[in-house]
Design a protein around this ligand. Structure first.
Ligand code: NA7
Length: 555
């Protein structure tokens, strides 16, 4: 008797999970290609990471004119960012504007959390189950679930007894939190903490910062956008796009060597001072490629950063504590701040070395440190990061062929082909998935590239009557090797960062980003598609036969 499910008609052609930058772009592209698409998102609004991360001071650390969709000249032309680095509310407004402008809302179901995604081999169909108990089917599933979308709150004894408020930066209440005159603790000094701390210090009566590891941070150089520059960019978007697609990081500048060997130290310092004054990654961190590979150049730059901390922070002991030493600069995300170090000169701000004197426990009124000190608190801010890169797919309960779970497949860290697909998970596509350039390149271009690639791939399958696609194990392990080899030429793997999963207890330590160059990556993916999707198999293990049946050449 045939399985009843074999004859069922799927509800949609494509289910996209996530309504942030990636999901909105995917919906527009796939719907434009004629597919029936639905986007599901747990949030009550569009925006993805820019919906959730509403903490005080939340801001993008990529300049706003580079952090915009480029797939549509009209969109690019008709939106104007007010600041060099956009704040969260403005980015959220932008994404809402895009959703309206492209008439996307009618295909987006908000407040819809996906609790499982199961692939059925018999009819090559994904069934998505939602928290509300709905089931939705489609042959294709696109995970537009973001790289930093699962907040992580470490375990602290007694936290549930604390009678004050606790807020994670990545699930900050939409109505805001009034911190005026309150005693606040911020736990964590990554990008989120470093952005939030100066703003919180201005309203809190007392702010206690718990720093376990000092980070490198530089002034963002925040200012209003230079109107002339914006006009020029809008007028020359096509050239910018061309340059960025062919750039190793997806921007329009090519890094050069800091070259500490060649330059006299004074000259190098003078150059760095000039750049520090202008602020932001393009000026300093991303400007020098040898810094990511050469330990000497790296230490030179790191020491320059430390000298700046000592210049700014008046108390020498506090300054030393704020100097990052445990990792090469750039091997963890360098932070872009607005008066972060200056904040530690305020009378109402105290820095606690949470490595020397960790939090022992919480009680009803505050926190007890390992040295016996008790700090009374009204509000605790967890700026403690994310289960990055793999967390979202793992939380979504993804089950592929023969009951293989994504947890099984990634037990030793993520394995993918091109960061786009995974063996045993046919027709599941990831946007900026692990092992793609993602967070270490221009995210928006990375998203646009994946969206284009996925749309073309589904088109190809439709044209050739193919039902399913997945990578071969050989191609996947080859990509593992490429990702590892590219990382081994850099200093990235030397840090205990979220790039390697070190911030989540029990998570395998594997460097999860492809750092072989954005331009090279784009060329590789596009060549694979043009050559008939080498390394992928269509319609299960009988893929070669499926391809030849479809009338196209097989390798
Ligand atoms: P990050 O960069 O992962 O930072 C999390 C911070 O929280 C970091 O300073 C951690 O210290 C700290 N942390 C985590 N657990 C603890 C405990 N138990 N005690 C004390 N401190 C702790 O997350 P962000 O949200 O700031 O930024 C994530 C990305 O978003 C960022 O890189 C940008 O790309 C945007 P640790 O370093 O682990 O010692």
């Amino acid at each position: 008797m045939p399985d009843a499910r074999e004859s069922r008609t799927p509800d949609f052609d494509v289910i996209v999970v996530g309504a942030g930058f990636a999901g909105l772009n995917a919906l527009h592209s796939l719907r434009g290609a004629g597919y029936r698409v639905v986007v599901l998102d747990a949030a009550d609004g569009v925006g993805g990471t820019w919906y959730w991360n509403r903490y005080p001071g939340a801001r993008c650390d990529v300049v706003s004119i580079d952090y915009s969709y480029t797939f549509s000249d009209e969109l690019y032309r008709d939106w104007s960012w007010s600041e060099r680095y956009a704040q969260q509310p403005e980015i959220e407004r932008y994404l809402n504007w895009v959703a309206d402008r492209l008439d996307l809302r009618k295909d987006i179901r908000l407040g819809t959390r996906v609790v499982s995604a199961v692939y059925e081999d018999a009819d090559a169909t994904w069934t998505i189950s939602t928290e509300a108990g709905d089931h939705i089917t489609a042959p294709f599933l696109v995970a537009a679930t973001g790289c930093l979308s699962v907040p992580s709150t470490p375990h602290f004894d007694g936290l549930d007894r604390f009678q004050g408020e606790i807020h994670h930066t990545a699930s900050w209440p939409a109505e805001g939190v009034d911190l005026t005159g309150r005693r606040v603790a911020v736990i964590g000094t990554g990008s989120s903490g470093i952005q939030a701390i100066p703003v919180i210090a201005e309203s809190a009566s007392e702010l206690t910062v718990f720093q376990r590891t000092a980070n490198f941070s530089l002034p963002a150089g925040q200012r209003e956008n230079d109107e002339e520059r914006v006009r020029h960019r809008k007028a020359s978007l096509a050239q910018w796009r061309e340059a960025a697609w062919n750039n190793s990081a997806g921007f329009d500048f090519e890094p050069a060597a800091l070259g500490v060997d060649d330059l006299e130290r004074e000259r190098a310092y003078a150059e760095l001072d000039r750049r520090w004054g202008r602020g932001g990654f393009p000026e300093i961190v991303l400007a020098f490629d040898d810094v990511f590979k050469n330990r000497e150049a790296n230490e030179f730059l790191a020491e320059y950063f430390r000298s700046k901390v000592r210049e700014i922070v008046r108390d020498p002991d506090v300054a030393e504590l704020l100097c990052a030493r445990d990792h090469p600069i750039g091997s963890k995300r360098v932070c872009a701040d607005t008066r972060y170090y200056e904040t530690f000169n305020r009378d109402n701000v105290t820095l606690i070395d949470a490595r020397a004197t960790p939090i022992a426990s919480f009680d009803e009124t505050g926190v007890l440190l390992s040295d016996g000190r008790h700090i009374e608190l009204d509000v605790v801010v967890m700026a403690t990061g994310f289960d990055a890169m793999t967390g979202a797919l793992r939380r979504m309960g993804v089950v592929g062929r023969h009951g293989t779970t994504i947890d099984d497949a990634w037990a030793s860290g993520p394995h993918t082909y091109l960061g786009i697909q995974v063996v045993s998970f046919p027709n599941l596509f990831m946007i900026t998935g692990p092992q793609s350039p993602s967070v270490l390149n221009n995210m928006i271009l990375g998203i646009e590239h994946h969206v284009r690639w996925i749309t073309n791939c589904i088109d190809f399958m439709r044209r050739h009557g193919l039902r399913s696609i997945e990578p071969t194990p050989e191609a996947q392990s080859g990509w593992d090797d490429e990702v590892r080899a590219a990382a081994s030429e850099t200093l990235y793997p030397q840090a205990e960062s979220w790039y390697v999963g070190a911030n989540i207890p029990g998570k395998p330590r594997v460097f999860m980003v492809y750092v072989g160059g954005f331009d090279k990556y784009v060329r590789t993916c596009d060549a694979i598609a043009e050559e008939g999707y080498e390394g992928f198999v269509f319609d299960g293990p009988d893929g070669a036969a499926a391809l030849s049946r479809s009338g196209i050449a097989t390798q």
